[in-house]
Design a protein around this ligand. Structure first.
Ligand SMILES: [Zn+2]
Ligand SMILES: [Zn+2]
Length: 266
């Protein structure tokens, strides 16, 4: 392991927290400078979403103290890429890139499963119950979803044989992409160009539409290719972005307590 890799793995938690708070502040400012939709988001609603994010961070750390990177270190030389590099001399950058792409592929199906399996949808509905999207919505996932998610990601890291540095980079990327995709800011034409490669705020907003045929599209978190490949991509909403009705028909109250209670409602 190089010195840089040692530094990254030793400071994983601080790196992740630093990037997350930096991006939160950045998108918070961009939402004010370039708002995409006129929305009324109360401070208590935003703080509620932030507290849910914090709660998830604490729960996951208690259950997996070393994070997924510790698992990846323990699994060095194992998994698909570990075995492959035992057979063929693969450069480190190729293993790193393959790890990111494969983990993102798993995350696409992970998200799709949360929509298509009723029990998982009960958990994921807490995320979709937000009636206005802003950067804090990117942290609003039910703790039950966070737990299932960490188990799926752990299995993926193990089977893929992703190196620890790639796992840390992917987790930072995933958090950053979630904040970026939920932020209520206007990218104009850049959004269209970016959508050819990655998931953008306009692309993900459509996924939060109340219309079922729209919320069953655009499952990707980072790369947009998976939606194109598996026929779930929709570029243009049936109405202007300003008028898309967000949230769930059956949910009136979208505060943090209601979100935590969401899976247990009849
Ligand atoms: Zn979803
Ligand atoms: Zn979302």
């Amino acid at each position: 392991m190089t010195e840089l890799e040692q530094f990254i793995t030793a400071h994983e938690a601080n790196l992740r927290a630093g990037v997350m708070f930096g991006l939160l502040a950045l998108f918070f400012l961009l939402e004010r400078a370039l708002p995409r939709r006129a929305q009324k988001i109360t401070p208590s609603h935003a703080i509620g979403n932030l507290l849910i994010g914090l709660l998830n961070g604490v729960i996951v750390r208690l259950i997996v103290p070393g994070g997924l990177a510790a698992l990846a270190l323990f699994n060095t030389g194992g998994g698909l890429l570990g075995h492959l590099s035992g057979l063929v001399a693969l450069p480190d950058w190729a293993i790193f890139l393959a790890s990111i792409i494969l983990l993102d592929f798993v995350l696409y199906w992970h998200h799709r499963a949360f929509h298509e399996i009723p029990l998982l949808w009960r958990l994921h509905g807490a995320h979709h119950s937000d009636r206005n999207l802003n950067v804090t919505s990117g942290l609003r996932f039910h703790p039950g979803e966070a737990l299932v998610s960490i188990a799926i990601k752990a299995a993926a890291v193990w089977l893929i044989g992703a190196p620890a540095v790639a796992v840390i980079f992917f987790e930072i990327l995933l958090n950053g992409a979630s904040l970026f995709n939920h932020a209520n800011w206007r990218l104009g034409r850049v959004d269209d160009w970016l959508q050819k490669l990655i998931v953008t705020p306009d692309m993900h907003r459509l996924h939060h539409s109340r219309a079922p045929q729209e919320s069953r599209t655009n499952y990707g978190f980072f790369l947009s290719i998976w939606d194109r490949l598996f026929a779930s991509y929709q570029k243009t909403p049936s109405q202007a972005h300003q008028n898309i009705e967000l949230g769930l028909h059956e949910v009136e109250n979208d505060n943090a307590v209601a979100a935590l209670w969401h899976p247990f409602k009849r």
